[in-house]
Design a protein. Structure first.
Length: 394
């Protein structure tokens, strides 16, 4: 990255890099705070990012002006603003408790056997074909099936849901988008709202019954419940797809890692944490300053935008020894890829179980996979993952 680029953080420019981590290192070397556009600042160092994720002076409810600047149409603004991710107290804890009924650790833990079965089946299908794409054949379908079953979505409906969920996921955190992507996202919101309304109407004794009961007790409006169930669905598989794809890509690129994991399958769980640290599925998260906050000798006034660079914090040499090396046994590993504080990822436990199942079974297979062509990165300003990972099985 050239010297002028180091003076400020440009999300689109960094996202376009095949390897953004030297740029993040340059940001950290420059200081604790970097300009990131009009009224916006970026925070690159671990200590600051970790503290600010928990700082109540920063919020997640962005003013109307910021949504207008992003170019988002009203229907997308309305949808994303209704989700638990973009709400602050007092509505955020109410919504979070209602949605958490679906993702409680004790509920998710009961899915371990089913997840193991799904991973085994998907890997067997890929191996039988001889060649394939680890994104299309494993990293994408696994969390989609798990999320669908968690919400009680019939298997026959999943192909119909897929294009709409993908379109909405593409719009999530993307800012200004091409007209075609915006139109697809708008259509997705309308279609998914209709579908989820019908799903909730027949959910009296299904997986969503707990969410409905908790929502009624909390006095939530029906449309709030609909939008947040939609959010849980696509958010539940989008970042997990990136986690699985990123981890598998590292195992493909570094056969020694695969041998380490094969020699000690118990490392699968810590491998999940290390892959999350090494390649954060969500590279940055935004906050709005609610009350003045001092960072690096500068006081940021209210209504300023703060970008917390999770991917940079996860590679901060001040917090992690040898941060650019993958250590599958790294402990402790306090990465920030699931955020922290009141907005800690609701689906973190489920993502960890899915990732560990994949990495353990990939290592255990005797017919290992090898690259079958160049991988292709996903094109998104906030998410880091792969669109394609071609492989062949030996």
């Amino acid at each position: 990255m050239s010297a002028p680029g180091i003076e400020r953080y440009d999300a689109a420019r960094v996202a376009a890099m095949a390897d953004p981590y030297p740029a993040y290192a340059a940001f950290r070397a420059r200081g604790r705070l970097l300009p990131a556009g009009p009224g916006a600042w970026a925070v690159p160092r671990y200590e600051d990012v970790a503290a600010l994720l928990r700082d109540p002076r920063l919020g997640h409810e962005f003013p109307d002006a910021m949504y207008r600047l992003s170019g988002e149409p009203d229907v997308l603004t309305e949808f994303f603003r209704a989700t638990v991710l973009n709400r602050d107290a007092p509505s955020h804890p109410v919504l979070r408790r209602a949605m958490a009924a679906l993702l409680a650790p004790r509920v998710v833990a009961r899915l371990r056997t089913r997840i193991d079965e799904l991973v085994a089946r998907l890997l067997a299908d890929l191996a039988e074909a001889g060649t394939g794409d680890l994104v299309e054949g494993l990293a994408y379908p696994l969390p989609v099936i798990v999320s669908s079953e968690l919400l009680g979505i019939p298997a026959a409906d999943r192909d119909r849901l897929r294009p709409h969920a993908v379109a909405l996921g593409r719009a999530f955190g993307a800012g200004i988008q091409p007209a075609g992507d915006r139109d697809a996202a708008i259509a997705a919101v309308h279609w998914l709202r209709g579908y989820v309304r019908e799903l909730l109407e027949r959910a009296s004794d299904g997986p969503l019954s707990g969410v409905l009961a908790a929502s009624r007790d909390a006095g939530l409006a029906a449309e709030e419940v609909v939008d947040n169930v939609i959010f849980l669905f696509f958010a539940g598989f989008d970042t997990t797809t990136n986690l699985i794809a990123n981890g598998c890509a590292e195992l493909l690129e570094r056969p020694a890692l695969l041998e380490t994991l094969r020699g000690d399958p118990a490392l699968a769980e810590s491998a999940v944490e290390e892959f999350l640290r090494f390649e954060a599925p969500i590279q940055a998260t935004a906050r709005i300053v609610r009350e003045p906050v001092e960072i690096g000798g500068r006081v940021l006034r209210a209504r300023r935008l703060v970008l917390l660079l999770l991917a940079s914090a996860n590679r901060d040499e001040r917090r992690f020894a040898d941060p650019d090396r993958i250590d599958l046994a790294r402990s402790p590993n306090p990465h920030l890829s699931f955020s922290s504080g009141v907005h800690h990822c609701l689906g973190a436990t489920l993502a960890r179980i899915e990732g560990a199942a994949v990495f353990a079974q990939v290592a255990a297979r005797r017919d290992g996979f090898v690259p079958a062509g160049p991988p292709r990165r996903r094109d998104h300003p906030s998410f880091r993952g792969f669109a394609r990972l071609p492989v062949r099985f030996r």
